[in-house]
Ligand binder design. Sequence first.
Ligand code: NDP
Length: 240
Amino acid sequence: MGRVAIVTGGTRGIGKAISIGLKRAGYQPAATYQGNDEAAKAFNAETGIRVYKFDVADYDHCVAAVKRIAGEMGPVDVLVNNAGITRDATLHKMSPGQWKEVIDTNLTSCFNMCRCVIESMRERGFGRIVNIGSINGQAGQYGQVNYAAAKSGIHGFTKALAQEGAAKGITVNAIAPGYINTDMVRAVPAPVLEKIVAKIPVGRLGEAEEIARTVLFLVADEAGFVTGSTVSVNGGQHMY
Ligand code: NDP
């Protein structure tokens, strides 16, 4: 049986492509989601991949869900922290609720989920963790201090945990996607999106499968020397 891989937010968008890519590559993925039962049901019918509903921002929910997944599928070897949201507003109009929701869902979730799998990975001497950051965590973005702070935090989190896991066979890497053609980006008003695409050197949005491909590279057994890195997949929009 292939390695067990949890993909948070794995039923839609980028996460869906990651779950499908992992299954095709021989892994046993578990795709998690928060509330869109319809999308999760359709995803499960289409792919046969198990789905688990819980809030990644809630530590106790994560503990219970990871225990259930490990009980049903086996110990977790691969964790992809992909679930994320936006609640955009300029700072002078942003509510504490908008700030907290994004930090909890996009950043605290990484602590919650990693904390639930790390002891078992350390005991077994193997683990692959990939955190999905963002170009906007690297470069900042108008109207997104909450999102940019959370995603930027992911990049620091990744480097620190990579150091802790290195001697135990656990790699921890991040991917910083540019603008990818998913519901999240399709929600951006068309004139704004046109301006964004005009700034992408390859001249188009990315596809979710292009992020999935990067995840597959990072989680491979053979990728044990790649850790603490952030891989930018952004069509050349931001280079540093
Ligand atoms: P989508 O909005 O298409 O999908 C988000 C997924 O995350 C859904 O499965 C959703 O569940 C799940 N989710 C959201 N909140 C929670 C929560 N609290 N608990 C559990 N699951 C949750 O997002 P994308 O595919 O566009 O984005 C995926 C990741 O990539 C995010 O972290 C995003 O920030 C990042 N990213 C995206 C970019 C893009 O251009 N699309 C660019 C850079 C980074 P449900 O279906 O139940 O709502």
